[in-house]
Design a protein around this ligand. Structure first.
Ligand SMILES: Cc1cc2nc3c(=O)[nH]c(=O)nc-3n(C[C@H](O)[C@H](O)[C@H](O)COP(=O)(O)OP(=O)(O)OC[C@H]3O[C@@H](n4cnc5c(N)ncnc54)[C@H](O)[C@@H]3O)c2cc1C
Ligand code: SF4
Length: 496
């Protein structure tokens, strides 16, 4: 804390976004390049270095936030990068993608805007790459033990990096043609440019982690055979079994799952396709689902040149202030938030009714109707009360020739045979069951990330990857592990 009065004299200032009219014409990240560094030292100086930093607890990784805030305010970027990487393998991912529960738990946030922790994290991570403070860290000695990690999302990548650095020989199996999981084909380029992922993968390859892409374990490779060939197996296959919309008209052409739509747009950015076969260009788009996946569809449809876009949220519009009884500080409150995509849709008036907000809250889909060719043309929606009962007389019809379903995910996919071939037990929620050491019912097989926790966040995925690596290391060496274990398998976000 270079200036002990920083929190009194400096107002919160976030990384500015580029003008909407400019950013919707490209796929690059929404932020103004280079605009973070000039403001971030003073922002880090707003940290009070309070005695009990609740931000630590609120961050699943236990990031040492006041320490690196202090180092940034003193412009010691090398030390800041070292402290940040001590707890987080991929801070450039979380610095861009994390909803920042740490900021909800910031002590300053009790009566003032929180410290811009996420922005400081991103600045430290980016600076570390620019200055060469994040070189590959290959192990000094190999243990002679082998580990197969199945799935290359943030969980699998964090587990693989930790285990490789601990000296084990690690191969990551990935069914897609490229590594990264939802970071690659789910999350759009405008939220995180894939060059950040590529740079980490280059580092991991230099450390010795091997990647086997286009290989579905259970289909291309027998899962039980894989278990026999390796000393341990980590299952990090995600939870991408999507939820369905059970309404009349679901079968019409033009109705797609978000995770059918988003990967194609990401493939356009990768240069695999000139145009997405599901492009929203010139179409009236309705997104069913009010969460982040829906917002990613919104930002993508806007960039593709949709004629109109509306996002339906079954929940009532949240308020702008924390409900101190239900969600007191330092928990993460449900608030009305304006993501970059919502800001774009609002400013461009993408909703057909020219509402300032492209979201319709408390909105439940009744049915879809189509034309003579069986293509969807309209979505019929009704307002619902807190008990999800339709409000009489509130039915309205939205033009819809592309309907995107973003209703969340129920657990890991089953179609590939992986779970059956290994004989893995599932818990009642349909996710892979595991004990307090991340171990499944099959000896030597561990489960982590969304596949075991259920649909979650990148920060939890990285924490899971680090924690499962420590458990696997203990299993392989038969002794205590020097690898950190930031969370247990049953830890959940802080609630009241
Ligand atoms: C559209 C979208 C946007 C999101 N945006 C954010 C965000 O902004 N911020 C945030 O914090 N979180 C976000 N999330 C959530 C976050 O992406 C996930 O919680 C996180 O990626 C989970 O990591 P994971 O490694 O456990 O699983 P995943 O990222 O799903 O990775 C699992 C990997 O396993 C592979 N796989 C599956 N089965 C097999 C098999 N049999 N053989 C080989 N490979 C296999 C898959 O192809 C995939 O690559 C978003 C999710 C979605 C869907
Ligand atoms: S990873 Fe998320 S919760 Fe942790 S410090 Fe970064 S922004 Fe905050």
């Amino acid at each position: 804390m270079a200036d002990p009065k920083g929190f009194l004299t400096t107002p919160r200032q976030e990384w500015p976004r580029r003008p909407v009219s400019e950013r919707v014409r490209d796929w690059n990240e929404v932020y103004v390049p280079g605009a973070l560094l000039p403001v971030i030292g003073a922002q880090a100086d707003r940290c009070m270095d309070c005695g009990v930093p609740f931000c630590h607890d609120a961050c699943p990784l236990g990031n040492l936030i006041p320490e690196w805030n202090d180092l940034v305010s003193r412009e010691d970027w090398r030390a800041a990068a070292e402290r940040l990487h001590a707890t987080n393998n991929f801070p450039e991912f979380t610095g861009r993608l994390c909803p920042a529960p740490c900021e909800a738990g910031c002590v300053l946030a009790i009566n003032q805007p929180a410290v811009t922790i996420k922005n400081v994290e991103c600045a430290v991570a980016d600076r570390a790459w620019e200055e060469g403070f994040a070189p590959p860290a290959p192990p000094e000695r190999l243990s002679g033990r082998t580990v197969a990690v199945i799935g290359s999302g943030p969980t699998g990548l964090a587990a693989a990096q930790q285990l490789t650095r601990a000296g084990h020989t690690v191969a990551v199996y990935e069914r897609d043609d490229r590594v990264g999981g939802l970071l690659r084909y789910g999350i759009p380029e405008f939220k995180m440019e894939k060059r950040h992922l590529e740079r980490r993968l280059e580092q991991m390859r230099a450390e010795g982690t091997r990647f086997r892409t286009s290989t579905t374990v259970g289909r291309d490779v027998d899962a039980a055979g894989l278990r026999a060939r390796y000393d341990a197996v980590v299952i990090a296959t995600g939870a991408t079994a999507w939820r369905e919309l059970a309404v009349p008209g679901r079968e019409l052409a033009g109705v797609h799952q978000a995770m059918e739509y988003l990967p194609l747009a990401n493939r356009v950015c990768e240069g695999d396709l000139a145009v997405s076969p599901l492009s929203a260009a010139g179409r009236h788009v309705v997104i069913v689902g009010g969460g982040d996946t829906g917002a990613d569809c919104l930002g993508t449809a806007v960039r593709e040149g949709a004629a109109s876009v509306t996002q339906l949220d079954i929940y009532a519009r949240p308020g702008g202030e924390r409900d101190e009884d239900a969600e007191p500080w330092p928990t993460f409150p449900k608030l009305y938030r304006l993501s970059a995509a919502h800001e774009e849709a609002g400013e461009l008036r993408t909703a057909p009714a020219a509402d300032a907000d492209a979201r319709l809250f408390a909105a439940s889909t009744l049915r879809l109707t189509g034309d003579a060719d069986g293509h969807v043309r309209s979505l019929h929606v009704v307002e619902v009360d807190a008990g999800r009962r339709p409000v009489p007389g509130s039915e309205r019809t939205l033009p819809a020739d592309l309907v995107l379903l973003a209703l969340g995910f129920s657990g890991p996919e089953r179609g590939d045979g992986l779970i059956a071939q290994l004989g893995l037990e599932l818990d009642p929620r349909g996710t892979i069951a595991r004990d307090a050491d991340f171990a499944t019912n099959v000896p030597g097989v561990f489960a982590a990330g969304d596949a075991a926790r259920g649909q979650s966040l990148v920060v939890w995925a990285i924490a899971e990857g680090r924690a499962v690596a420590a458990a696997v290391d203990r299993h392989l060496t038969g002794g205590p592990s020097r690898l950190p274990s930031p969370i247990g398998p049953y830890d959940r976000p802080m609630t009241a």
